[in-house]
Ligand binder design. Structure first.
Ligand SMILES: C[S@@+](CC[C@H](N)C(=O)[O-])C[C@H]1O[C@@H](n2cnc3c(N)ncnc32)[C@H](O)[C@@H]1O
Length: 189
């Protein structure tokens, strides 16, 4: 990861992110959707530490977690507990692809994992705490790619600059999948 940018000009944080919109069929395996796969592969490089707290079947992460024990991941923890285990400033990339709504989350936990949740995921504090952990574990200039139904990202208040937004419409009355790419700004002090 390039660490030469310690003297970053903070006005660059307010430049507009690159925006693209590419139609694709939906798939519950998000990172197999062509434009999203291409976005992930643009940022995930060999020999990086890539942390994926919601991996499902995806293998881009070098440290993978999924609550569901059916999946081939290193950990089967609640994402918040998993993220808390990771070292500060240790990740080049975090892939963050959770359930997109409380309804989707409830559907997941109906079958498994409710007993493992560190907090009630219906509580917005849970997701805010996950993002605090993402901000902690990424190294300066590290990248986080978030998929969901909004473009909030980890956010400038946590020290992140939005680089790209990809909207993937799926047709009919389906929601677009929205992907954000952000970079953790190096601190000056
Ligand atoms: C949208 S899928 C991820 C798909 C994956 N990125 C891919 O491209 O194949 C979300 C995953 O998060 C897992 N999950 C849901 N809630 C979780 C939680 N609180 N902690 C950890 N994993 C969770 C689900 O089991 C599911 O496999």
């Amino acid at each position: 990861m390039n660490t030469d940018e310690t003297a970053i000009n903070y006005t660059t944080c307010y430049t507009q992110p690159l925006f693209s919109r590419v139609w694709a069929m939906p798939n519950k395996l998000t990172f197999t959707i062509k434009p999203i796969k291409e976005l992930v592969e643009k940022y995930v490089k060999e020999n990086q530490v890539v942390i994926d707290p919601f991996a499902n079947e995806s293998k881009y992460g070098t440290i993978r977690n999924d609550l569901n024990p059916e999946f081939d991941t290193h950990y089967h923890l609640d994402a918040l507990s998993f993220l808390k285990l990771m070292e500060s400033n240790s990740a080049d990339v975090v892939l963050y692809d959770p359930p997109y709504s409380i309804t989707q989350a409830a559907q997941c936990y109906k079958d498994y994992g409710k007993d493992k949740l560190e907090q009630n995921v219906a509580n917005m504090g849970y997701w805010g705490n996950c993002k605090n952990e993402v901000a902690r574990i990424l190294e300066p200039n590290g990248i986080v790619i978030i998929c969901g139904w909004n473009t909030n990202g980890v956010g400038l208040k946590r020290g992140f600059q939005m680089l790209e937004i990809l909207a993937v419409p799926h047709g009919g009355s389906k929601n677009d999948t929205l992907c954000t790419v952000e970079r953790k700004l190096p601190t000056l002090f």
